[in-house]
Design a protein around this ligand. Structure first.
Ligand SMILES: O=C(O)[C@H]1NCC[C@@H]1O
Length: 336
């Protein structure tokens, strides 16, 4: 075996969504903020993103995180998030994967019955609380960066569908929320290809009319992903909703999507459908669940914002080392 590169990975999934955590083989780029680090990594390491996430070493339906030294002195670790289509400032399922890997491998010391760890991301500092038992994390809750609404009931024209109303909100990434009924689909695996295709059409229709920009960081702009949702249900066990998230460049999130659920909490609060502390069960297309609630209300510049708290579970699935044979015609992979 010959290789000019070795990348060491612990593989994990959170409620069905795969997140590979890179724990070795990538050198840090010292920076004063995590967002500056992200920009430098995009500039220097975009080939690494393709190597890890594109075929034949990776696949469309996964993300990968690079564990890096944090910039905020309060943080235990930092991580940057790579997806097959782009780099993103924050991700919920991937925060749960990263916290689980850091604790279960001993990179951050585990304390039972709960460990609190601060994680530095390009979107801001995230406090995660892991419930730990017999050396394992049984669940991870995290306080996300503040989530807020950009638009409610925005009228857009989706080719082949017609005029529909959508909501747009930030939850660590930018989301468009659309009701499945408006697109004449159901949130089910049998409609999977159609959900992806419609999600991409909605994304383009929104971007043709507006570009949301984060008021505190103008580099966090555009639309990342689309949430297609069934109606919110209220029953004896509280509020629940089944939704799916079409992730750039076009695939279904297997988890209920932590940043998407955070954006939804901001929308639900703006619509006066939930109160601070009230729990919502967000169910994914494969029926896995994140529990969400609003921890507190804050301001992001002039926006009323909520601090989302999201809880989910993750499991380590293996370890691997990626190699690049100097003769390999696809040192940075390919996409079909
Ligand atoms: O949970 C989340 O926020 C995400 N899951 C994969 C795509 C999103 O980053």
């Amino acid at each position: 075996m010959r290789s000019r590169r070795t990348i060491s990975i612990v593989s994990c999934h959170a409620e069905g969504e795969s997140g590979d955590v890179i724990i070795g083989g990538v050198l840090d780029i010292p920076s004063s903020t995590m967002h500056e680090k992200l920009v430098k990594f995009i500039d220097k390491y975009d080939g690494l993103r393709r190597l890890v996430l594109h075929e034949p070493r990776g696949r469309l339906e996964m993300s990968a995180m690079i564990v890096v030294p944090p910039c905020d002195p309060r943080a235990d670790a930092g991580f940057l998030i790579m997806a097959p289509g782009d780099w993103v400032p924050m991700s919920g399922s991937n925060t749960i994967c990263t916290a689980t890997v850091l604790l279960e491998t001993g990179m951050v010391p585990m304390k039972e019955p709960t460990t609190v760890l601060n994680l530095d991301t390009a979107a801001g500092l995230i406090t995660a609380t892991a419930v730990c038992e017999d050396g394992a994390c049984t669940s991870v809750s995290f306080d996300n960066v503040p989530a807020f609404v950009y638009a409610l009931d925005k009228d857009i024209d989706v080719p082949g569908v017609g005029r529909i109303l959508v909501d747009i909100a930030y939850g660590g990434q930018w989301y468009v929320l659309v009701q499945a009924e408006a697109l004449r689909v159901t949130v089910s695996l049998s409609d999977g290809d159609r959900l992806v295709e419609l999600g991409n059409r909605v994304k383009k229709a929104v971007l043709d009319t507006c570009t949301p920009v984060h008021p505190e960081n103008s580099a966090i702009r555009g639309i990342n992903n689309i949430i297609i949702s069934e109606p919110l249900l209220s029953g004896p066990e509280g509020l629940s909703v089944q939704h799916t998230v079409i992730v750039t460049p076009g695939r279904l999130d297997r988890s209920p999507c932590g940043t998407g659920s955070s954006a939804r909490l901001a929308i639900l609060h703006a619509r006066k459908q939930i109160e601070v502390g009230q729990e919502v069960k967000f169910k994914s297309i494969i029926d896995t669940m994140f529990l969400g609630r609003i921890k507190e209300i804050v301001k992001v510049e002039s926006h009323d914002a909520v601090v989302p708290n999201i809880t989910g579970r993750a499991w380590i699935t293996g370890e691997k080392h990626l190699y690049v044979d100097p003769r390999d015609p696809f040192p940075e992979g390919f996409q079909v």
